[in-house]
Ligand binder design. Structure first.
Ligand SMILES: [Ca+2]
Ligand SMILES: [Ca+2]
Length: 213
C-alpha cells in the first residue's frame, strides 16, 4: 500500500470512528418538528403531551431526548409514583424526560397540575429549545386533584378566568377561556394523582384528606 493510500484509509477509519451516531442528529425546531399548540395537563395523566422530533430534512430522529422543563414554573404540581410513569422525573431539576421511538415520537401521559404564565414550561429535544408555554390544568389550585366543592376550589378559580384570555385556563389552545374550556373542567372533575376521587368511597376520602394536609 502506497503511503498516500494508507494515509487516506487511516483518515476514513478515523472519521468513521468518530462519526456521529443517528441518535445525535440535530433536531429542527417547530414547525419541522411537532409540538402541542398549548400545554395542558391533568393530575390523572389523561391529557397527553405529544412531541415528534425531526431533523432539518424532516426525518424522524430515533432516541432523541425530549425534556419538559418546569424549573420556571414553581406552581406546577408534579405527581410522583416511583415506577408508575413511562417517563423520568428529576425533582431537583424539575424536569421530565423521555426518549423518542423510531418514528421520532414521545407521548407523555403527564400527571401534572397547577399553572403558570407564558414561558414557564419549556420543551427541549437533544438540548434544542422547541417551544415555551404557559401551563394550564383543570387542577387550577395546583394540589394534585380537580375538585370543586368542600375540600378544593378548582371551579371557582376557573370561573374567575371565564371570558378572559388567561392561558392558564385555556385548555383547547384557542386563545380564550370559554364554555369549551369549562367542558374540559367538567370532563376532568374528580381526577387526581391517585385516580378518581369518589366522595362515596371512604378510602378515597381518606387519601384526599391525607393529600390535602
Ligand atoms: Ca385542585
Ligand atoms: Ca379555550
Amino acid at each position: 500500500m502506497v503511503p498516500r493510500t494508507r494515509a487516506l484509509l487511516a483518515a476514513v477509519l478515523l472519521t468513521s470512528a468518530f462519526a456521529a451516531p443517528a441518535t445525535a442528529a440535530v433536531p429542527a425546531p417547530p414547525p419541522i418538528s411537532t409540538v402541542p399548540s398549548c400545554f395542558a395537563t391533568c393530575p390523572m395523566g389523561d391529557m397527553h403531551i405529544v412531541v415528534i422530533v425531526r431533523d432539518l430534512a424532516s426525518n424522524p430522529i430515533f432516541d432523541a431526548l425530549v425534556v419538559l422543563d418546569f424549573s420556571g414554573c414553581p406552581d406546577a404540581y408534579v405527581c410522583t409514583v416511583p415506577g408508575g410513569d413511562p417517563y423520568i422525573y428529576d425533582p431537583a431539576a424539575r424536569t421530565i424526560r423521555m426518549t423518542t421511538d423510531a418514528s421520532g415520537r414521545v407521548d407523555f401521559p403527564l400527571r401534572v397540575g397547577g399553572g403558570c404564565g407564558p414561558g414557564g414550561v419549556k420543551i427541549y429535544a437533544n438540548g434544542v429549545l422547541f417551544q415555551s408555554y404557559a401551563l394550564a390544568s383543570p387542577d387550577q389550585t395546583g394540589n394534585g386533584m380537580v375538585v370543586c366543592f368542600a375540600i378544593d376550589t378548582d371551579c371557582d378559580v376557573f370561573a374567575s378566568k371565564l371570558g378572559t384570555a388567561d392561558p392558564t385556563a385555556d385548555f383547547d389552545c384557542d386563545g380564550d377561556v370559554d364554555l369549551d374550556d369549562q367542558l374540559t373542567m367538567h370532563l376532568h372533575g374528580s381526577h387526581s394523582c391517585h385516580g378518581i376521587v369518589d366522595p362515596a368511597k371512604r378510602s378515597d376520602w381518606g387519601r384526599v384528606k391525607a393529600f390535602y394536609r
